[in-house]
Design a protein around this ligand. Structure first.
Ligand code: ADP
Ligand code: MN
Length: 516
């Protein structure tokens, strides 16, 4: 039997009425009409106001918990046409799949041989985003930025021999190269899916497309600029909303209740977890960290990632949007390392582009307080101190990481212990500035606990040695810092001379960084 036919014929009249009609995720149409005179209609002022109204609807200024759930299956904001269309499509696809399943069951009945329509499904769990630049590279081990290079033509301008000779002007080679180069166009620019196919573009078509892509890019940059200036930093953009909606739609999250924090670089939401799948248990409460795609805040973070050899090869090739995804990816990897070492920290649930879902530290929508906001009794304070010392050592020795933004702002107090969060900027100790970052962490921690009345708390220099296992003897801050920088420089020289890093700064005895 022709299952395509079955599927296609079955879709339109599914059951007594599509489920989405009752759920109506895009809400009721806005029926308010404004009556006004011709003069008003022609007024530029009015046009501006209407425009502003529209923009405000698309990008609400505040995402507040008090307003009720931020995203459920039903209430997502629907003022963007594109989003509406995508949601409609998604709902339709789900209906379609449900019908497909019914047909499959009907046909197979009790028969021993069964037919599967799996390949005709439109939605797959967690994978309902096949649109535009949504490649799920973050979940795989494969590094997409080390993609195969297109074969180049040597200087002499040809490869092969005799009748198999291929020159750089060869139509096929050229065409494929052109197609591959389309990938470098702005992500918003729709190039179709020629990249996945063996599509060959003629030079003429390629150049016309390129020209168009550039002007589109400029146009959209202008538009973006306008949007960013006219809306509060707090709101998440429509694309992110759609991504969040998809997570709810896929059943992974139950409800996104609201925002728990808006920082310069990220917005964090609380959500109730949805259904577990075969390979994933979703915690009952989740925190969703959305890394901001407004790029300006990330400029000054270059130094963390640029010099991190784990990301070195990729950095130069990435566009800013991808760099932001990389922060999310880094946070995920670092949390995983910490989890493996048994350090109390959020557990990673899933990463999608610049959105990281992890377990929620807190209860009933109330996030655990930061150490800076709790008043601990002296016993708890002491306990917190020793635990922090321990975690810093574990982080350094077992995870091979330096937090690099450790302070009472990124430590939560929950269940009678300290939890570490916010590790997107964490680096390995051999990072060119790793030891400086560690020293800064130590200063924050030492000062906090000393001010908090923990008599046993080591000072920043002692703490640094205790964590790193190094033995820097300088008795004042300036000299200490100079020695740290000297060590870092030595490591860098080693990299220059030997092409690789020392595996680690020593953790016991004399620093054998001096010898191999
Ligand atoms: P930022 O870079 O904005 O500082 P953080 O990761 O520190 O990002 O998150 C900001 C705030 O959100 C935290 O101070 C904390 O209050 C809250 N938060 C983040 N992750 C979690 C989590 N997993 N559970 C509970 N609260 C969280
Ligand atoms: Mn933080």
């Amino acid at each position: 039997m022709d299952s395509v036919g079955v599927a296609a014929a079955a879709a339109p009249d599914a059951g007594p009425g599509p489920a989405w009609q009752s759920k109506c995720p895009w809400g009721a149409p806005n029926t308010t009409s404004i009556s006004c005179s011709l003069a008003d209609v022609m007024s530029e002022q009015l046009a501006k106001e209407l425009q502003l109204e529209e923009e405000n609807a698309a990008f609400p200024e505040v995402v507040a918990v008090a307003e009720g759930p931020f995203i459920t299956g039903e209430n997502i904001d629907t003022s963007s046409d594109l989003m509406l269309a995508q949601m409609l499509q998604m709902e339709f696809d789900r209906e379609y799949d449900a019908q497909l399943r019914r047909e499959e069951k009907k046909i197979n009945g009790d028969s021993k041989v069964s037919i599967s329509f799996e390949n005709y499904r439109k939605v797959h769990p967690y994978d309902s985003d096949s649109s535009e630049d949504e490649v799920d590279w973050q979940d795989t081990r494969h590094d997409p930025y080390r993609a195969d290079k297109p074969t180049t033509t040597p200087r002499r301008g040809f490869i092969g021999k005799g009748k198999d000779i291929t020159t750089k002007h060869d139509e096929v080679v050229c065409g494929r190269k052109n197609t591959a180069r389309m990938e470098n166009f702005a992500p918003e620019f729709q190039v179709g899916d020629g990249i996945g196919m063996d599509l060959k573009l003629s030079n003429q078509v390629f150049n016309a497309l390129k020209q168009h892509a550039y002007s589109e890019e400029r146009r959209s940059a202008r538009l973006h600029e306008k949007k960013e200036h006219s809306t509060a930093e707090k709101a998440v953009d429509p694309k992110t909303r759609l991504l969040l909606y998809k997570m709810v739609n896929a059943g992974m999250l139950e409800t996104i209740t609201g925002c728990i924090s808006t920082g310069k670089e990220s917005v964090v939401f609380h959500a109730y977890g949805g259904n577990a799948t075969e390979d994933k248990v979703i915690p009952p409460e989740c925190a969703i960290k959305v890394f901001k795609t407004t790029l300006n805040e990330f400029k000054n973070r270059d130094k963390y990632i640029k010099d991190d050899y784990r990301f070195k090869d990729r950095f130069s090739k990435l566009n800013p949007r991808k760099i932001i995804r990389m922060w999310a990816e880094k946070e995920m990897h670092n949390l995983t390392r910490m989890q493996n070492a048994g350090i109390p920290c959020p557990q990673v649930v899933i990463l999608k582009k610049h959105v990281l879902v992890m377990s929620f530290i807190g209860k009933d929508q109330i996030p655990a307080p930061k150490l800076k906001d709790v008043t601990l009794g002296s016993e708890d304070m002491k306990k917190a101190y020793y635990q922090t010392l321990n975690m810093m050592q574990q982080l350094y020795r077992e995870c091979n990481l330096v937090h690099a933004d450790l302070s009472e702002y990124n430590m939560l107090w929950h269940d009678g212990k300290v939890w570490l969060i916010d590790v997107s900027q964490s680096v390995e100790p051999t990072h060119p500035h790793g030891l400086e970052f560690l020293f800064r962490d130590c200063r924050n921690v030492a000062q906090f606990f000393q001010k908090g009345g923990v008599a046993e708390a080591l000072n920043e220099r002692e703490l640094f040695n205790a964590v790193s296992g190094l033995n820097i003897t300088a008795d004042n801050e300036v000299d200490f810092q100079a020695e740290i920088e000297a060590l870092e420089k030595m490591n860098e020289d080693h990299v220059q001379n030997h092409g690789k890093k020392l595996s680690t700064f020593s953790s016991d005895g004399d620093p054998p960084i001096y010898d191999e």
